[in-house]
Design a protein around this ligand. Structure first.
Ligand code: KE4
Length: 431
């Protein structure tokens, strides 16, 4: 297999490392989990991305989820060009914000009111503040392995007294912030029940990724989400679905539609921005009335509801809201995962594949993956080898065993067949 040249990417990475932390503006891009030097991207179109050395890759990262139509969709680009000519930001309300809000509320009937922000982090951080303002309670419950962005109170892992309070999972997070976050294992309803029975009166909310995309792709066990809904309702604890990744990905109505659960609040991001910076949080009217300027919970943002980001989001949702579009997206995702599963079997490599709609993951493990602990049993070194071999064969996977991959409308059957062939060759070379 001829080695692709990465000369220019390597030179740029060395330059970037001198002026940007770790040479990247988001840690996972640095390829630390898979080794080698990160690709610097020149452009992208449809299912492909092109690096600065002129190499072409079939892309399953898709900007970590947003590019569900594929890159540079002509309709989105044309609408953005027109929007730019009208100005790029006003710091004042626009009809576009109403249009995108209406599309979101139609797709997520559990949300009666929604506020636009600029990232998933802002969405979850704000939703938690609103839940605390609404309940007057300080503690929150999150799940091991779920990532909700980098707000201080969410960079927390289970403390020694796992049932009581968390400890910082990052330098710079004050212990006092961590103390209010209780971390329990995903899919463990008993653990949640114990915490709520013991101290629900101090707990504002439970926040989770209904399908965990930040330890790979981990599905809720049958009854887990329903049980969470019952327990939180019983204790008057706000149930927040962080659907930043699963929103419009697991289905058009997200995981809440797929699993028929009605959370009290939902956080969105990624797809609703069509590749531009957008997040959103929303939910029950009585809760969202707490948000400034209507209510006492402050939340703000210079570029929130920005006309360019709204335009990209609106055009993206217009296209994926068509029923046949979803059928296409789902069948392509299923076809890819089946082909990869078959390739690993023929190559004699032990793997587990999981898929939720158009997000998926390959674990190098023989253990069923149901939570953080079982995910961590996967062989990250084998994944790293597989990642590098696939990259050399022109396939760009998420650069970590503990990330999800994504499908787009632009991926063709030929792309899927090429990916399956590359996977078979790569699996065979794994040592
Ligand atoms: P952002 O602040 O990165 O827009 O969103 C944070 C976030 C919140 N909730 C969930 C479920 C998420 O997956 C994310 C961000 N996802 C990561 C991918 N694992 C973004 C990639 C990155 O950090 O560079």
């Amino acid at each position: 297999m001829s080695k692709l040249s990465h000369k220019k990417s390597i030179a740029l990475f060395n330059k970037a490392k001198r002026i940007i932390p770790g040479g990247v503006n988001s840690p996972v891009r640095a390829f630390k989990a898979v080794g080698g030097s990160p690709l610097f991207i020149q452009s992208a179109k449809g299912s492909k991305i092109y690096d600065v050395d002129g190499n072409e890759y079939i892309d399953y990262v898709l900007s970590w989820g947003p590019m569900i139509l594929g890159h540079s969709h002509p309709t989105v680009i044309k609408a953005l060009q027109k929007a730019c000519e009208k100005g790029t930001s006003y710091g004042a309300p626009t009809p576009l914000e109403i249009e995108l809000a209406e599309m979101i509320l139609r797709a997520y009937p559990s949300m009666e009111i929604v506020r636009m922000v600029n990232s998933g982090t802002e969405a979850t951080m704000s939703a938690i503040r609103v839940a605390r303002g609404f309940t007057g309670r300080d503690k929150i419950i999150k799940f091991e392995g779920c990532y909700h962005g980098h707000a201080d109170g969410l960079l927390v892992k289970a403390g020694s007294g796992a049932m009581t309070f968390g400890v910082p999972d990052s330098a710079g997070v004050p212990k006092d912030y961590a103390r209010n976050t209780i971390t329990v294992p995903f899919n463990d309803l008993n653990a949640v029940k114990k915490v709520l029975d013991k101290g629900a009166k101090n707990i504002a909310c439970v926040i989770l990724e209904p399908v965990v995309g930040n330890i790979g792709c981990v599905l809720p066990k049958p009854g887990f989400l329903e049980g969470l809904r019952k327990l939180t309702k019983k204790h008057g604890v706000i149930l927040i679905f962080d659907e930043v990744m699963t929103g419009f990905r697991v289905s058009y109505g997200g995981a809440q539609k797929a699993f028929k659960i009605k959370p009290d609040m939902t956080c969105l991001g990624k797809v609703i921005g069509g590749g531009l910076p957008v997040g959103a949080f929303g939910g029950r009217k009585d809760i969202m009335k707490m948000v400034a300027p209507e209510g006492p919970v402050y939340q703000a943002g210079t570029l929130s509801g920005n006309p360019l980001a709204m335009t990209a989001g609106i055009e993206t949702l217009k296209i994926i809201s068509k029923p046949d579009t979803y059928k296409q997206l789902m069948s392509k995702s299923a076809a890819l995962v089946e082909a990869l599963r078959d390739a690993s079997k023929r190559a004699g490599i032990k793997t587990k594949f999981y898929r939720a709609g158009s997000m998926f993951c390959t674990y190098f493990t023989e253990t069923e993956v149901v939570d953080y602990t079982t995910a961590k049993k996967a062989d990250a070194q084998k994944f790293a080898q597989f990642f590098r071999k696939m990259l050399e064969r022109g396939i760009n996977l998420a650069p970590s065993q503990f990330e999800a991959g994504f499908m787009s409308l632009a991926h063709s059957i030929a792309d899927i067949n090429k990916t399956a062939r590359a996977a078979y060759e790569s699996f065979k070379e794994i040592k």
